[in-house]
Design a protein around this ligand. Structure first.
Ligand SMILES: Nc1nc2c(ncn2[C@@H]2O[C@H](COP(=O)(O)OP(=O)(O)OP(=O)(O)O)[C@@H](O)[C@H]2O)c(=O)[nH]1
Ligand SMILES: [Mg+2]
Length: 453
């Protein structure tokens, strides 16, 4: 797709709807300054203002009635977020004011921006690559420190840098092969097959490393689903309440207290965990309880981590553990024994012993939960991580092409075939940063943004 620049001037409110100290209206496009001048009464014309300056004045409607006094920031192309001439108008934070101002701006020649259109323009004007544009959305939507850091790194170009580096290595390899084809008469070998295989295998390894970060990256971004399951009365709801530091779920000594699934988010060391407190699992004839137990089982199926909770007393919990193991992967289960305040030397087999009453062992439980997420991934704050299905699919496509090229080398096919596979692999990597991207992909990405971004 040809990158084409926005020809019309767009406007939108950039701050959340509702009442606040100030609201900010954004205008971007070739007529930004002209349109702003047609409604703004200040000391001087904005047309004459230099970039990155702020101006105080009043905004009037078409009948010369004053709407508000405002501050206007001027950003001139190409040094603005979108890369175009842009204006930001700070008004008093009343939605009626911003609505009126946007109306007069539209009357004077701008049109209302589509969701994400400012960022789309930034991308089309090469202010950001596609990965960075997507990171802007992630930054806005991040709800924990960890996901914010991931998005921040992506905006800073950590992942773009990695992808570009791999793509360049592929293009170099393809060029060597193609160059060699030009010299076939002379029998010149610029790069021998085993060297080529090594290089490609090395790149596949790097792609695999990125692919391996996907689960982790997605969990950081979307949160980790944690099921609290076990027999009735073992203290699942008590544990939920302890972690949340509030009496969220009803706790009672009567088995079968919880029926509906109770869902609460909590951030532990910057990672978002979504806790699901569920109905205790047992054979029950009660219709409501039976429905509750069915729901518990569904929660287990969708959980990233299953806290299988038992207490120091109960026997015969193995049956339930076995049932749960049919609903999830065994390595997702953490076996927890609760109520150790009542019986110190419990001989049960578990990953962690806790008391939801005193809080004993709960820090260790948190550590185990984090270990389950981090797994073997070697994650440092400066690791390139992928968290989007789109990026994952592009990497898979690239890897498949490279694997084909390895087979072609193995079978001593002509260099043309090999080069085509390698170039295709490079194109798939290019799609991640948005070198070649269809309108559909772009629309899909930017439609997820809010208006004004
Ligand atoms: N001493 C002690 N009592 C606990 C502990 N955890 C829970 N309890 C008690 O155990 C009983 C059951 O606790 P709940 O949290 O309601 O148990 P549950 O697993 O949610 O039970 P259901 O919702 O019926 O499946 C209550 O009387 C709690 O006060 C603990 O660590 N120590
Ligand atoms: Mg309960």
């Amino acid at each position: 797709m040809q990158k084409k620049l926005g020809e019309d001037t767009i406007v939108a409110i950039a701050t959340p709807s509702g009442v606040g100290a100030i609201s900010i209206i954004r205008i971007s496009g070739p007529l930004s300054l002209e349109i702003a001048d047609s409604i703004f009464i200040g000391k001087k014309k904005l047309k004459e203002a230099s970039s990155h300056t702020i101006h105080y004045g009043k905004i009037e409607d078409s009948a010369n009635n004053q709407i508000d006094d405002v501050l206007i920031s001027v950003f001139r192309a190409p040094n603005s977020y979108t890369g175009e001439d842009s204006i930001e108008i700070s008004t008093h934070g009343n939605p009626l004011i911003s609505k009126k101002i946007i109306e007069v701006i539209v009357k004077n020649g701008a049109r209302i921006a589509e969701p994400g259109e400012f960022t789309k323009r930034a991308y089309l004007n090469n202010r950001l690559d596609l990965l960075q544009a997507e990171a802007v959305l992630d930054i806005i939507n991040s709800r924990t420190e960890a996901s914010l850091l991931g998005a921040r790194n992506q905006l800073d170009g950590l992942l773009s840098g990695k992808v570009k580096e791999l793509r360049q290595m592929l293009l170099d390899a393809a060029s060597f092969i193609e160059l060699e084809l030009d010299f076939t008469e002379e029998e010149i070998e610029l790069i021998n097959n085993s060297e080529l295989k090594n290089r490609i295998s090395g790149i596949i390894q790097e792609i695999d490393n990125l692919l391996n970060t996907y689960n982790f990256g997605k969990l950081l971004k979307d949160g980790v689903n944690v099921a609290l399951v076990g027999k009735p009365n073992v203290g699942k709801s008590s544990l939920l309440n302890y972690i949340l530091k509030e009496s969220r779920a009803i706790v009672s000594s009567i088995p079968g207290t919880t029926r509906d699934v109770i869902i609460e988010d909590v951030s532990i060391d910057g990672i978002l965990f979504r806790l699901y407190d569920t109905a205790g699992i047992r054979k029950s004839e009660n219709e409501i309880e039976k429905e509750g137990i069915l729901r518990s089982q569904n929660v287990v199926k969708n959980a990233d981590i299953v806290l299988f909770i038992d207490d120091v007393f109960l026997n015969g919990t193995n049956e339930i553990l076995q049932e749960i193991a049919t609903l999830t992967r065994y390595d997702r289960i953490i076996k927890v024994v609760n109520k150790i305040d009542l019986k110190r030397n419990c001989s049960k087999n578990a990953d962690v012993f806790i008391s939801a009453k005193t809080g004993d062992g709960i820090e260790i439980l948190f550590t185990k939960m984090k270990e389950k997420i981090l797994g073997n991934s070697i994650y440092t704050e400066k690791s390139a991580i992928i968290s989007s299905m789109r990026h994952y699919n592009c990497l898979i496509k690239s890897k498949e092409n490279l694997e084909n090229s390895l087979i072609s080398i193995e079978k001593h096919y002509s260099g043309e075939f090999i080069a085509v596979d390698i170039r295709n692999a490079a194109i798939s990597l290019g799609e991640i940063i948005g070198d070649v991207t269809s309108d559909d992909v772009l629309n899909n990405i930017f439609s997820k943004f809010c208006i004004g971004k």
